[in-house]
Design a protein around this ligand. Structure first.
Ligand code: PMP
Length: 359
């Protein structure tokens, strides 16, 4: 019976776990700090809220499929031609579109591991072969990643800063890597956390892609711009890449409210980046406090910290949950903790300080 029931499903689905979204938990005192999804702790700006409310008047109409206004605003913002921009429903949507442009049986897609959880999931779903290259310590091993390229490789994801370790690659390392990757491979620099980077040695991918036809950059409105619920991500790449990514988008994937909110966010960018600055200050405060308490925390350029806890990971996450704090544990490896509002960060630091073991 069960065999018949599942015979029409692709067998690859059996080996693909469902995406695990960050959870919300509630502590005994009613505290509910969600530090599990690297979201912005700030609610939408009044101007963004107003733009969404205005756009709601047209909910009976399909959205502009080409997202004309948003595409033009992004092109202006990044000083690129409009045909270098492609959109998707969040940057995971763009990742899926990218895979749709390259994936065929036997095609390899390589990325560092551990990195963003959606990579193996989406590569597996696409039917391509995932090739995972272990991190060296907490950072990308770019030499090993370049060495993993074969004739069958078509796509490489490079997450900079890396989720979940927070580490970021410098320009000299990254350009040497890009120069070493052959032209038959498209390199996608996933810069979901770019706005939180403060180390001047870490390059902006939008500068690096310009004279490299096989390099593209992935960004999102979900983190620094605080629009996670609305699902807007985009790619900046050369026209042949951007066009392919537009072709593989589900029609109307970026809805009308999302387009309006993203345009309003770009118009209010200075205000949003001031909020990012507060998160960066909190990040330094949290990391400093953890270091002072004897924890080992890699330098982070993102809006989260990484604690390599090994076998203690789930126990530590449970201690956080008991205090009403959701973090993101990776069993047997470590925990990623987002930087939230100061009071939530304080609550987390209290749990970490009381925890009987250090990493
Ligand atoms: N890339 C990285 C590295 C991420 O961490 C995330 C979100 N966790 C994404 C892409 C996807 O974000 P979104 O789909 O919300 O744009």
């Amino acid at each position: 019976m069960s065999e018949r029931k599942t015979s029409y499903l692709r067998s690859v689905l059996d080996s693909i776990p469902a995406y695990r979204p960050g959870r919300r938990v509630v502590g005994p005192d009613g505290r509910s700090a969600k530090l599990s999804s690297n979201e912005s702790p700030f609610g939408p700006l009044p101007s963004v809220r107003a733009a969404v409310a205005d756009a709601a008047a047209d909910l009976n109409r399909y959205p502009d499929p080409a997202a004309t206004e948003l595409t033009a605003a992004l092109a202006r913002r990044f000083e690129v031609p409009e045909d270098h921009v492609a959109l998707g429903a969040g940057s995971v949507g763009v990742l899926q579109q990218l895979l749709e442009t390259v994936a065929e049986p036997g095609v390899e897609v390589a990325y560092a591991w551990r990195s963003f959880e959606a990579y193996p999931l989406l590569v597996g779903l696409s039917g391509a072969v995932p090739v995972q290259v272990p991190l060296r310590g907490e950072t990308h091993d770019l030499e090993a990643l370049a060495a993993a390229v074969t004739d069958r490789t078509r796509l490489l994801f490079v997450c900079n800063p890396n989720n979940p370790t927070g580490t970021a690659m410098r320009e000299d390392e990254l350009t040497a890597f890009l120069d070493a990757v052959p032209d038959h491979v498209l390199v996608v620099l996933d810069e979901a956390y770019r706005e939180y980077v403060r180390d001047p040695r870490v390059p902006d991918g939008v500068r690096l892609y310009r004279d490299r036809p096989n390099v593209a950059v992935l960004r999102t409105f979900s983190k620094a711009y605080g629009l996670a619920a609305l699902r807007v991500g985009f790619l900046v790449g050369h026209p042949h890449v951007a066009e392919a990514v537009r072709k593989t988008m589900v029609p109307f994937a970026v809805n009308h409210l999302a387009q309006a909110a993203a345009v309003a966010s770009l118009a209010a960018e200075q205000e949003l980046l001031e909020r990012v600055e507060e998160t960066v200050k909190e990040r330094e405060r949290v990391r400093g406090a953890l270091l002072a308490d004897g924890w080992t925390v890699p330098e982070t350029e993102a809006n989260f910290v990484w604690l390599r806890l090994g076998e203690d990971t789930l126990d530590f996450a449970a201690a956080c949950e008991r205090a009403g704090i959701a973090i993101r544990p990776f069993a047997g490896e470590g925990a990623r903790v987002s930087i939230g509002a100061p009071e939530d960060n304080d609550a987390f630091l209290e749990v970490a300080r009381a925890y009987p073991r250090r990493n």
